[in-house]
Design a protein around this ligand. Structure first.
Ligand code: ADP
Length: 702
């Protein structure tokens, strides 16, 4: 036997859960995957930036190689040219091709002037001694010959120095020579014995032990003489003192010579100018070499190219390992042969300009969310130009390469780094996509929610309808049972002859007919309703006098009204009103009118009047209105729509006083709509009701 389930009220929970659950799961999964997507996009952007850093470094290297070679060549040729032009007795026409190259280079690197920057090559030994430019004698170290004097020789030397008169000097010089001093010592003794200070009019005796050569001093005296002129031999000797055997006094000699140029001829002035320019270039080389010579890296000697910033990073020195054979002697007279380095200099401004140019040429490799940072041999280079400044916080990519290629054989190490400038910019494409998807997810969730609400409403509406339907069934049964019972009772009484009187019998028959009519009206309504619901209801339109139809209907309903003690009145329906002929389904329209009159009678208290009337409205769309007005309890405005819904009955099932099944008005509305008309309600609680069937005067079915 089938087990009966308890009749539980269905609830809309699982259905709702089934609608929402997939959406919630989908949204959650999408959100998680969006998050992952964003992480992947970030990783991707970082990887791209890192790859770009590598490519950019390679591109920078190749551009720097070219420019470095160009600069070093130009600097070398230019300084050599200047050096040879500065020599007296040598006439050099200016090299026009070289000048054109220099001009072009200066145009390519605006703001840089080669003459202000150029540093001639240097040469040093790995023990730190300087070959090129020639080193100054170390002051106040005595010269080599003085250091090599024996104690006896030293004694004689002191005697010579303290000689009081020229004759005395001569004797003491000879005494000194008897001890066989070296050749330099002899020269020194010879010079001292002649007292050039006295010859040249100076006041102090010479101090040859400081390493200043006699030529230096002689030159100094000549230049500072009151009647000195910048003759070619004097210029030559200045040149010799400045470039052949320079000492700390060379600068002074050049300055003195400079003071004489206004009295010199144009050629000497030009020579002096070149000499002076070369001197300042060479001084820069000397200055730059100073710290390089002290580097501990020089030893052991490395047969490689390498580079190093000079002190404070002003100049980049590129060292080329080299073995020097007989390049001369140092100020102490020792040979400068040996393993060392040729040093090429690149001023910092040029390094910056070359790297900035290389970066600018390849800036398309810099992602818009990154800022580059560059360091050359460990020194950060400020990047001039329109590059974002790196804050050094979030490193995206880094590449370390060596530049210098063919010329300086990859001697220069540089690091290129990319730092993140804007996370928002890096993820902008991804963010747009994420926003789109988030919008879609939200839209879907919203649609699902709306669907859920609609489904829930439909669900409960269906429940309500089901309840109404079952009420309808019980109402119909109830409506049928009472009249059938009374008809049966009266018919039985008549059959058994219990009502002998003829007038009573007529009354009974009248009742029976009346009840049967009401029953068939009810059944007709139910059948019509069912046909309408199934879409099977057919209308037969034919020209009908609606006034006559209204009259007949009023008469038909009169007994019903009388039974209830309600007065039925007509308004403008009776002759002599002219007939109104419309193309309608007379039967259906009559049934609609019957439903309205039946409702009016039902809801009118005994003694009240129900009016059936006709009104015409002319205009562009003329209408004919059949109205039924009563003085019943009326219908509140908020229920004017609801009463036309099927099965809808006002009030609670238990407390309802009027009979009915709740389909009358829905049938009326359907019938009227089929005629192209509409049903209007004018009613308010406690003020009676007036239902009007409005039909187009020129029926569409004509
Ligand atoms: P019923 O069979 O209940 O009359 P209807 O569809 O004809 O069904 O009417 C729906 C509801 O409209 C009724 O239950 C009643 O409450 C209300 N109604 C209809 N006509 C009137 C009227 N003339 N006066 C007051 N209420 C009315």
């Amino acid at each position: 036997m089938a087990k009966l389930r308890p009749n539980r009220k269905p609830v809309f929970f699982w259905q709702g859960a089934l609608i929402l659950l997939p959406v919630v799961v989908l949204a959650a999964v999408s959100l998680v995957s969006l998050r992952q997507d964003s992480r992947a996009a970030e990783a991707d952007a970082r990887r791209r930036a890192s790859e770009n850093a590598q490519s950019l470094a390679r591109a920078v290297r190749s551009s720097v190689n070219d420019e470095l070679q160009r600069f070093l060549t130009l600097q070398n040729v230019w300084t050599l040219d200047l050096f040879s032009a500065s020599q007296p007795y040598v006439s050099n026409a200016p090299d026009t091709q070289l000048n054109a190259d220099v001009e072009k280079w200066e145009r390519d690197f605006p703001g840089l002037t080669l003459a202000d920057l150029a540093v001639p090559q240097g040469k040093i030994l790995s023990d730190g001694r300087q070959i090129e430019p020639p080193d100054f004698p170390i002051v106040p170290t005595p010269p080599k010959w003085f250091r090599e004097l024996s104690p006896a020789q030293k004694c004689r030397w002191e005697d010579l120095r303290s000689a009081a008169s020229p004759a005395d000097s001569k004797a003491r010089q000879e005494a000194f020579l008897t001890n066989q001093p070296s050749e330099d010592a002899r020269d020194a003794a010879f010079f001292l014995a002649f007292r050039p200070d006295q010859i040249l009019g100076g006041a102090r005796p010479l101090a040859t032990e400081t390493g200043v050569s006699f030529q230096d001093i002689a030159c100094y005296r000549l230049l500072s003489a009151t009647d000195a002129e910048l003759s070619t031999p004097l210029l030559n000797s200045v040149w010799n003192q400045a470039f052949e055997s320079p000492s700390f006094i060379a600068q002074k000699l050049l300055d003195l010579a400079g003071g004489l140029t206004n009295r010199a001829d144009a050629a000497s002035r030009q020579k002096y100018l070149w000499m002076r320019t070369y001197w300042s270039c060479q001084s820069r080389a000397r200055e730059c070499l100073g710290p390089i010579r002290d580097l501990p890296d020089l030893k052991p000697w490395k047969p490689l190219w390498w580079s190093h910033w000079t002190r404070r990073g002003e100049t980049l020195a590129i060292l080329q390992a080299m073995t020097f054979v007989n390049p001369g002697v140092d100020s102490a007279g020792d040979s400068l042969s040996g393993q060392g380095y040729q040093v090429w200099f690149v001023p910092r401004a040029v390094v910056e300009a070359i790297f900035t140019k290389a970066l600018t040429e390849n800036r398309f490799l810099i992602p818009d969310y990154a800022a580059p940072a560059l360091a050359v041999e460990g020194w950060p280079l400020p990047l001039r130009g329109a590059f974002a400044t790196a804050d050094g916080k979030d490193l995206l990519g880094r590449s370390e390469l060596r530049a210098g290629s063919s010329f300086a054989q990859d001697a220069i190490r540089f690091d290129l780094e990319f730092f993140l400038t804007s996370r928002d910019q890096m993820l902008s494409a991804e963010r747009r996509r994420a926003r789109l998807f988030a919008g879609l997810i939200l839209g879907t969730a919203f649609a699902a929610l709306a669907g859920l609400v609609a489904a829930r409403r439909a669900f409960y509406r269906q429940l309500e309808l089901n309840e109404m339907k079952s009420n309808f069934v019980s109402s119909v049964s109830h409506e049928l049972r009472a009249p059938i019972a009374s008809v049966r009772l009266m018919a039985e009484n008549l059959e058994r002859g219990k009502i002998p009187e003829a007038p009573r019998q007529r009354e009974y028959f009248g009742f029976i007919v009346q009840e049967c009519r009401r029953l068939s009206a009810l059944i007709e309504n139910v059948l019509d309703f069912s046909r309408i619901e199934q879409g099977r209801k057919q209308y037969e339109f034919e020209p009908t006098d609606v006034l006559a139809m209204a009259r007949t209907t009023a008469r038909l309903m009169a007994p019903c009204a009388a039974e209830k003690g309600v007065k039925l009145e007509t308004d403008g329906v009776e002759p002599p009103a002219a007939p109104i002929e419309l193309n309608v389904d007379g039967r259906a329209l009559q049934q609609a009118l019957v439903n309205l009159i039946d409702n009016a009678i039902k809801h009118s208290p005994a003694g009240e009047t129900v009016t059936i009337g006709v009104e015409r409205r002319e205009g562009t769309a003329p209408v004919v209105g059949l109205y039924v007005a009563d003085h019943g309890p009326g219908i509140p405005a908020e229920e004017h729509d609801k009463i036309f819904e099927r099965f809808y009955r006002r009030g609670s099932e238990l407390r309802r006083e009027t009979q009915g099944v709740g389909i009358g008005l829905s049938v009326v509305r359907h019938v009227v709509a089929a005629h192209g008309g509409r049903v209007l309600v004018q009613s308010a609680a406690g003020q009676g009701s007036r239902f009007t069937i409005e039909l187009p005067a020129r029926s569409q079915h004509e």
